[in-house]
Design a protein around this ligand. Structure first.
Ligand code: ZN
Length: 232
């Protein structure tokens, strides 16, 4: 029987502020981190370039870019150019419905891929940067979803049934954006190497008005930290 290895993690790295912070947390826990970024047909595909910078800066064991065109399905402002990205701050969820930036089943698909990879690597941790505080309304960011996925994961895999279970780690789930930023700064995350904007321009400048930009800006302001984002 192979030796149980608790020291590896598969980390879903988007190139955003949250997943960069989460990666720093995982590394700080002494885990060997194997990152995955998805090129899934998102309009803000430039985020993958930022993911590469973060992975390099923080020192990961590996970083895979996976092409998975779930954007073909459409159904989200992030993958369907005919649906505008919200800029009015009225689509932030706040318990009143699901934002149009929700991508159908995205976290289920990403976690499923990560699960297969974790099984191959004998990694017993999968890190996903879901957060249910500042940007609520995504059904696949809720703690009950994560718990259900973890249960399923350990029913569905050899490592699960052979008693070497996988844990889905969500260190950011209860943190506000400014708490996430403060945590990352304490771990020396360079937020200038992260991107949050849903509609970066061709020069890589953030729009400053989409909901994701608004949440990011407010987070830096509340954390009392300079925002290194380059805005158009
Ligand atoms: Zn933006």
């Amino acid at each position: 029987m192979s030796k149980r290895n608790l020291d590896k993690a598969v980390v879903l790295l988007s190139g955003g502020l949250d997943s960069a912070t989460m990666l720093a947390i995982a590394i700080n826990q002494g885990l060997d981190c194997h990152c995955i970024s998805f090129d899934y047909g998102q309009r803000h595909v430039a985020e993958i370039r930022f993911a590469g910078r973060i992975a390099q800066a923080l020192g990961v064991k590996s970083h895979e870019i996976v092409h998975l065109d779930i954007g073909n399905m459409g159904g989200s402002a992030l993958t369907d150019e005919s649906i505008d990205v919200p800029e009015n701050g009225e689509d932030l969820g706040d318990g009143h419905g699901i934002p149009v930036t929700y991508v159908p089943a995205r976290n289920t698909i990403f976690l499923s891929y990560a699960l297969g990879y974790a099984e191959v690597l004998e990694a017993h941790n999968i890190f996903i940067g879901v957060n249910s505080v500042d940007y609520s309304g995504y059904p696949d960011c809720r703690p009950e979803f994560i718990e259900a996925f973890e249960n399923m994961a350990n029913l569905a895999t050899r490592i699960g049934v052979e008693g070497r279970p996988v844990r889905i780690q969500t260190p950011l789930i209860d943190l506000t954006k400014d708490e996430i930023i403060r945590t990352g700064l304490s771990l020396n995350v360079d937020y200038g190497s992260t991107v949050s904007c849903y509609q970066l321009d061709s020069d890589g400048l953030a729009c400053g008005v989409c909901d994701s930009c608004r949440i990011r800006k407010a987070g830096f302001a509340k954390a009392g930290a300079p925002d290194p984002t380059l805005y158009a």
